[in-house]
Write a protein that binds this ligand. Sequence first.
Ligand code: ADP
Length: 489
Amino acid sequence: MIMAWRRLTLRSRLTAAFALVFGAMLLAYALAVYLLIRDRFAAELDHRLDQELEIAERSIARDAGGRLAWRRVHGPEHEEDQRGEGQRLRNVSWLDVWRADGTLALRRQDAATDSGETPVLPLDTAWTGLRSLELPGEVHLRLLQRRVSLEGEMLLMRAALREDDFARGLVVVLWVMAGGLPLALLAAAAGAYWLAGRGLAPIHRMAEEAEAIHAGRLDARLPVANPFDEPGRLAVAFNALLARLEAAFGELGRFTADASHELRTPLTVIRSVGEVGLREPHSEAEYRNIIGTMLEEVDRLTLLTTMLLELTRAEGRRTATKRESIDLRELIRDAAGFLGVLAEEGRVRIDLDLPDAPVPVSGDWTMLRQAVINLLDNAIKHSPPDAVVAIACRTHAGLAEITVADQGPGIPAEHLPHVFDRFYRVDAARGRQDGDRRGGFGLGLAIARWAVEAHGGRIAAESNPGQGSVFRIALPRERTLSHPEGTTP
Ligand code: ADP
């Protein structure tokens, strides 16, 4: 059942659901109207009976002999009543008056059924009021019975009306409803089907257009007829998704091209050095030199593949999954210690400016350490001998900030916005000359940016050419550790 329902088109389902709800509402409405009409009819019937009995009561009088009789009415305004007040009671089927001793005092002459028979109405003096009763031959009567006193004598008056007319009226109402209800439902369902079809048509068109889009055609976009309605919003969202996919595919293509290019350079060097070595015999020292060069290039290749791998893995997970409590002061000391030898080699002094209280952040130690190492490594690499690289750490406004400042040549303004891009090098030749050391691929800052952003942080660079550069990392502070131990408020 559920499977069959799910296999229907949305249009059919909408129509069916609408018809169901509308049908239920219509049915409830019809039922309410029917009950109301029935109540009104019944009330009307009782009211009429009451009126008839009152008229009848006023129409009884004693004749000269002291017997009860229908009063005669004369006068121009009662022209039609010439044959007796009793005649005015033609609406009742039955009317009679009984004495207290149980004998019949008066009775309407023409009180009879349509067929002319007088129905036998058994007398029951025990009650007064209204009641419905059924006589043999499918005769349904509504009976009003009341005690009246006429000049000191207690009388029992009865008036009855046939309920059949009223029942016939109700049957007509029922028939009208039984015929009209399905018709209304059919019309409503047809309308709903048409409307649903119109509403869903843009989605059909979109599905057709989307089917034609493949990886080679990611620049295609769906037409947006009305960006405010649901299909329009779907098309806008789909187009945004396409745009993101297109950008990601483009990025991937560029990344692959750049990576292949970078990988080819060391391979070419290894190959040409090898060819030179093979062409003619060499001394042992020369062979050592050749092999040394080849090994250097292999080292570069290894480093490059490691960095590429790191970056590819980074692309896979946009946020840091590990969340450990880190004191940034420790992290900075560790990174500075790691690069101490490199700094000594270049005769660069690393200056640490760390606060007394811990600077807690939550995240992945390895990732953040790599980011700081990359910044520090660049700063040392670009510093002239006897220069100072200053690392500072401070907190303000819910952020933990690390700055790495050097006294190197700085970065020209036109390159500054791009230094964090993958494979971007300010001066490719300069990078190459640095050669044997790590870096030079234009990946270090890209990896640093990824690591920082994966922690919800920001990284930025400022530089005045000739006066060095400042790299700034801002990370959200860890709240739970914001009160250092022993200083509970
Ligand atoms: P690489 O691994 O080649 O150093 P990076 O991504 O680390 O690549 O840096 C990108 C570019 O930014 C490099 O070409 C480098 O010249 C420049 N750069 C980075 N840090 C500094 C700095 N502290 N001073 C001057 N230039 C820098």
